[in-house]
Write a protein that binds this ligand. Structure first.
Ligand code: AMP
Length: 680
């Protein structure tokens, strides 16, 4: 085995870490950025962009710029959740073969594993460029609540990107490793993980080098994106009221609104009130440009998101119940995910657990750090301190033709020459084993100083000093829009699409020119030095090899039986790896084959559970119903992936028992993609 990295492929952002000089460190891109937006954009010039360059195109090319794709991975197109979210996306999600969702962009149809693979390949190339070595093994993290199809799809994505997956690790378990690894702690901890698209709560017991998950619960459709959407709805509502025009009719305007809404949300973590101005968001009669000023207080925002935050707290209650614990028996509370920077979230979670959260660990990096530690524990190999020079793009490495920039856009991040030196190793930080998780960490973040990577490509920089609550960024022009509700509504607005055509586009670029800059008044905080800079990580050394991770399966798994019932074979929260079996019998006379439908969920009724896939068993002896017995075996491996076999008890034969997962790609499709991307 070679050196392996840990990758947190997040809904909003991704982060890569690797062990070097006995510490896990974040792999930065050539510009020194530690987290990369999980965004892919298909450029009109033919290139596929990923990361920040892709995110920069969200506003100018929303139809071909794919974000939050992790929310779609491993889902069936017709599921209720999918219907709800695909309406929100400006890009097109269609039904592909076997009911799997495919994304249509720039004339291509791409499956979700393929989109995820493009992001992973980008991260892999980033490692090659900044570390100077080719890395092809990884530990990849997934939300604890990911089901079998989602896990398998993640694994497939990594395979397409040219990675050998050493292990799929649950995100909270990774966070616990980063927190407690090597500390010889005996503690029960709660990992509260609120990201962009998912929420998970996991209770973990640390006993020296044993990390045992006691329970996990979560929502795969609850995250910061939903908070953004609340602000978006409010902006749309106000604009509709003022101008009788729904901004939702213009995808470019909507993307600008979304970008600004996220920005506003992040600033409200810091400020009591935020005001934003969107210039020329639509055009009135005669093609007159209309600006849109929007103001919102933190109190109002909190009232909008409170039900969603409460949903996360109810899930915390559920996880404690599953673990048969109460909040007072927990020793520590760890916060993971960007949405935990929201003061209301912190307040509620602190009240519920009656505990001050540990905020010293950077919530954006902690999962990748834990994954890197685990990768090291599996390979025993760390990144050499004395590395070869980074590989120049185009020098023959499996490099970024696929991600090559085109003339009209700024170039992709490239190494600037000499490899950045490894972070200095301060010998004073090599602390005794027992103290290192506490002493090695940076100073605690102030809870009222949330941090955020700038989400908007075309947003202005704002000052870093203590802010007055609201700043008018452009005071000169009188307000174009009457905010007062009692004023009579103005004449209807003409959508920006019908406005005078933009100046002709120069060169090859068929996209419209970038829209005017959207302003958000208020101040960004400067990240505390410790959070921005290198995050001190527990040392790994040989202790890594002795760590034992004991995880659980997040949902019950069973099979459908006659009458629409679901018989559980593996219960929710069972420790994994696990193997369980049950005997079933034929339900009709002379039945020679059975189709075993596999469901996830705890309900006795199949319709309330989620169908995962099917296994066929044929060649049964014709006999009276109930006579022929079939043993169904469920096996979950350490990656949380389910294997199912059905055995004819009479013959002892297991026939035709390959599980066909719904929402996943078949082996031929995967192989075709592996070969497509190994060439690019
Ligand atoms: P993650 O999935 O952990 O990368 O979290 C991303 C989510 O955190 C996105 O919805 C971000 O908008 C959100 N986020 C990041 N920083 C902040 C902040 N300072 N305040 C509120 N939400 C934030």
């Amino acid at each position: 085995m070679g050196i392996a990295v840990g990758i947190d492929l997040g809904t909003t952002n991704s982060c890569v870490a690797v062990v070097q000089a006995q510490r896990a460190r974040v792999v930065e891109d050539a510009e020194g950025k530690r987290i990369q937006p999980s965004v892919i954009s298909f450029h009109p010039g033919g290139a596929t962009l990923a990361g920040q360059k892709a995110k920069d195109r969200l506003v100018i090319d929303p139809k071909n710029t794919i974000y939050s794709f992790k929310r779609l991975l491993g889902r069936k197109i017709l599921s209720e959740e999918m219907q709800n979210i695909t309406d929100e996306f400006p890009y097109s999600v269609m039904e592909g073969p076997d009911g799997i969702p495919v994304i249509q962009a720039r004339g291509q149809e791409l499956s979700l594993p393929e989109i995820s693979a493009i992001m992973l390949k980008y991260l892999r190339e980033m490692c090659t460029q900044t570390l100077g070595v080719d890395i092809d093994e990884l530990v990849i993290t997934v939300p604890a609540n990911f089901n079998d199809v989602q896990r398998s799809s993640t694994k497939v994505a990594a395979r397409i990107a040219g990675f050998n997956v050493l292990r799929i690790l649950n995100e909270p378990t990774a966070a616990a490793l980063a927190y407690g690894f090597g500390g010889q702690l005996t503690e029960k901890i709660a990992v509260y993980d609120f990201g962009g698209g998912t929420f998970d709560i996991t209770i973990i017991e640390l006993m020296d080098d044993i990390f045992e998950v006691l329970s996990t619960a979560g929502e795969t459709f609850l995250g910061g994106d939903d908070f953004d959407e609340k602000i978006v709805e409010e902006m749309r509502r106000q604009f509709l009221f003022m101008h009788r025009y729904d901004l939702g009719e213009d995808p470019i305007a909507m993307q600008r609104v979304r970008t600004v809404a996220e920005r506003i949300k992040c600033q409200l973590s810091n400020l009591d009130e935020v005001e934003a101005t969107l210039r020329e968001i639509a055009y009135g009669p005669g093609g007159v440009a209309i600006d849109f000023s929007f103001k919102i207080t933190r109190t109002k925002f909190e009232s909008m998101i409170e039900p969603l935050v409460d949903k996360s707290i109810a899930t915390c209650q559920e996880s404690l119940k599953l673990a048969k614990l109460d909040a007072s028996s927990l020793d520590s509370l760890i916060l993971v995910g960007g949405s935990t920077r929201i003061p209301l979230v912190r307040k509620k979670v602190k009240e519920f657990f009656n505990k001050e959260p540990r905020t010293e660990i950077n919530p954006d990096e902690v999962v990748a750090i834990g994954a890197a530690i685990h990768a090291f524990s599996l390979t025993g190999e760390e990144l050499p301190e004395d590395l070869p020079a980074p590989v120049e793009p185009g020098s023959g490495v499996d490099s970024a033709d696929m991600l090559e920039p085109v003339r009209t856009s700024a170039p992709m991040a490239k190494p600037t020459g000499a490899r950045p030196p490894p972070p200095p190793i301060d010998s004073t930080q090599r602390i005794p084993k027992l103290q290192k998780t506490i002493m090695g960490l940076p100073a605690p973040l102030e809870s009222d100083e949330p941090s955020h990577e700038d989400p908007g490509g075309d947003l202005p920089d704002v000052k870093s000093q203590a802010p007055p609550p609201v700043i008018e960024m452009e005071p000169d022009p009188p307000p174009v829009i009457e905010m007062a509700p009692e004023s009579p509504p103005p004449p209807p607005v003409i959508p920006s699409k019908k406005a005078p055509p933009p100046p002709p586009v120069i060169e090859m670029e068929p996209d419209p020119p970038p829209p005017p800059i959207d302003l958000v008044a208020g101040e960004d905080r400067v990240l505390p030095k410790d959070e921005k800079g290198s995050f001190s990580i527990p040392m790994v050394s040989t202790a890594a090899a002795s760590t034992l991770l004991l995880d659980v399966t997040p949902r019950g798994l069973g099979v459908a039986t006659a009458g629409g019932y679901c018989d559980q074979i593996i219960e929710r929260n069972a420790a994994i790896p696990v193997e369980q079996s049950r005997l079933f019998s034929t339900s009709t006379d002379n039945q020679v084959a059975v189709a075993i439908n596999i469901f996830q969920g705890e309900s006795r009724r199949v319709e309330q559970n989620t169908l995962l896939g099917q296994v066929h068993l044929s060649g049964l002896r014709p006999a009276q119903r109930g006579e022929v017995k079939i043993k169904v075996v469920f096996e979950i491996d350490t990656d949380g992936i389910l294997g199912v076999s059905a055995v004819n008890e009479e013959s002892g034969e297991a026939q035709d028992t390959r599980i066909q997962l719904l929402g996943g790609l078949n082996e031929d499709q995967v192989n075709a993609l592996v070969s497509k991307y190994s060439k690019s």
